[in-house]
Design a protein around this ligand. Sequence first.
Ligand SMILES: [Zn+2]
Length: 409
Amino acid sequence: MAFDLILRDLRLASDDATRVDIGLKDGRIAALMPELKGDGPALVFGGRLALPGFVETHIHLDKACILDRCACRKGTLEEAIAEVAAAKRAFTEADIEARAASVLDRAIAQGTSHIRTHVEVDPRIGLKSFDAVMRLRRAYAWALDIEICVFPQEGLLNDPGTEALLRQALHQGADLIGGCPYTDSDPLGQIERIFSIAREYDVDIDFHLDFDLDASRNTIEEVCRQTEGHGWGGRVAIGHATKLSAMPAAQFDRMAQLLADAGVAVTVLPATDLFLMGRGQDHNVPRGVAPAHRLLRQGVNCSLSTNNMLNPFTPFGDASLVRMANLFANAAQLGRPEDMADCFDMVSSRSARLLNLSDYGIQPGGAADIVVLDSTSRAQAVAELAQPLLGFKRGRQSFARPAPELFKP
Ligand SMILES: [Zn+2]
């Protein structure tokens, strides 16, 4: 059989062990087996790790790369929301598009193949960000699948005109709806409203939820109740959920059970949460990062994601998801190889499950989305921040990033 390209001697991240050759043809994986016989140009990888690309479940392209326009003095959530809301008034479509494109370029070179981006919609910004990201979705289809979650960052029930804009975006191709109850004058009312819009448009939901460390009350229970009431299990995710890091074990276990039973997934955003949480403390500053690894053990699907890059919510970032996995493992004090492998899955296969991706995986007949890492196991990749070496999207090479070369005397 003739192939467009054969990738030889790769380990698959799905089990870290099997070494296979992969034959690509017409954008798909035409064959996958050890020592594949066939004709075509070949690349040999010496047992390095291959995955179908990293999956970003939660990133804000529209407000990335604005550190030079914002103050970041207190480092609090309130300051970040106010500074970005003020900067947003000067955004133009061309400006949004240029900043977002610079994030996408970096994400591609970091081995990311799928992105869910949260896009703000309200009467001040209108659909500018949405329109810009829609254009980028088309322009970047050669390297990335982008899905768009429109959401009301500054509130819904307190912000007349926002719901009509959310609906307009859903009509025009937004993939799903998000919520941000903690900025709404009526958080529970917003949750109910978002569910009813999601049902009307038959779309998934991804909330920004419970972004503080007060464990005495939370909106997780209401989201789980509504998810079950609407039969939306497997279609709802919550991001941050930092209150989970502040709960005593018994309360945490009860919450994890609710999330698992309802089929609500959790996205942890370690860079943002480490930066913004615990600002009221002058010593013993808490990490404020939800313990995703403990949620996994109780049957909750979780992902780790970037959230923000180079803005007052997170004045850092290089769009690397392997770095996010490493940061979480470090903050959560995870040193066992099996726990680090879980962290890898939370930026790849588990993230794909959260997005309900149907064609994710290196398998015969599947899309030839393949990223090769300079590593031989998932745990090693997380521990050592393995560099992506090259990647393919639907069989076409999307980036190369050769390993460093030393010139020893
Ligand atoms: Zn976010």
